[in-house]
Design a protein around this ligand. Structure first.
Ligand code: ATP
Length: 235
């Protein structure tokens, strides 16, 4: 079953059109990857789905419901969460308060229950709950940012370059967390420049260049058909 279907999605900023008619499917229970170089339109794609960057045309269907004109709050309510580029934690706020920001649409009691579940999954969050998020390493901040996105209990988790700027050890920790998330059955759309992470986690991969899909294949097909050079060298 397809959970998310984009048809002819175009997104832009003023005179700049960043995404030109993108078609993309995300099957339920899978991890789908989007690879592309700097400026390919990866962030615009995710921000367009979230309704945070103006959509010009095209359709966004999520579980059969059209969300192409929906405001961000309705998109979150529908079950889509974004872990944004550069993590976007609030550095002077505590780990706990950052996590709770992911559940602002839920009643307070439900938010506390989800917080306890996050603490059970990752005990060091609980031990350091009062610490400012800005004191954490980049890798730790990324784990908190993913956990914050999970606080809305999404049906689709979207991640914008979660490995960006992290050490190899930290990337392994992010990978392990995403493997656990995927094994639990959550549907994931992973946008990356890190081809290794995509090859390890994704079943199906799209290649984006200059705001267009220039390739779509399985991970094996991606390597065999040399689509990686399309992603980084423009074909
Ligand atoms: P990166 O890997 O560097 O984050 P990306 O693949 O996420 O790149 P986008 O950030 O989506 O690419 O950018 C796609 C295009 O849209 C680029 O040409 C970029 O210059 C342009 N763009 C992005 N944000 C804005 C903005 N706020 N105003 C105008 N143009 C923008």
């Amino acid at each position: 079953m397809t959970l998310l279907t984009l048809t002819g999605l175009s997104v832009g900023y003023g005179a700049v059109e960043a995404l030109h008619g993108v078609d993309l499917d995300v099957a339920a229970g899978t991890v789908t990857g989007v690879l592309g170089a700097n400026g390919a339109g990866k962030t615009s794609l995710l921000m367009g789905i979230m309704g945070a960057t103006p959509r010009r045309s095209g359709s966004i269907r999520f579980d059969g419901v059209e969300l192409g004109h929906a405001p961000t709050g309705r998109i979150v309510e529908a079950g889509i969460a974004l872990c944004p580029q550069n993590r976007r934690l609030f550095p002077s706020m505590s780990i706990e308060d950052n996590l709770l920001l992911g559940a602002t649409l839920a009643p307070a009691k439900v938010a506390r229950e989800r917080l306890e579940a996050a603490y059970q999954r990752t005990p060091w969050f609980a031990e350091r709950r009062r610490e400012s998020a800005g004191r954490l390493s980049g890798g730790q901040q990324q784990l908190v940012a993913i956990a914050r996105a999970l606080m809305s209990e999404p049906r689709l988790l979207m991640l914008d370059e979660p490995s960006s700027g992290l050490s190899p050890v930290a990337v392994q920790e992010v990978r392990a967390l995403l493997e656990r998330v995927a094994a639990a059955g959550l549907t994931v759309l992973l946008v990356e420049q890190n081809t290794h992470l995509v090859q390890h986690l994704c079943s199906s991969v799209y290649v984006l260049a200059d705001g267009r899909v220039v390739g779509h294949d399985t991970v094996q097909g991606l390597v065999e058909n040399d689509l990686l050079s399309d992603a980084y060298l423009g074909g």
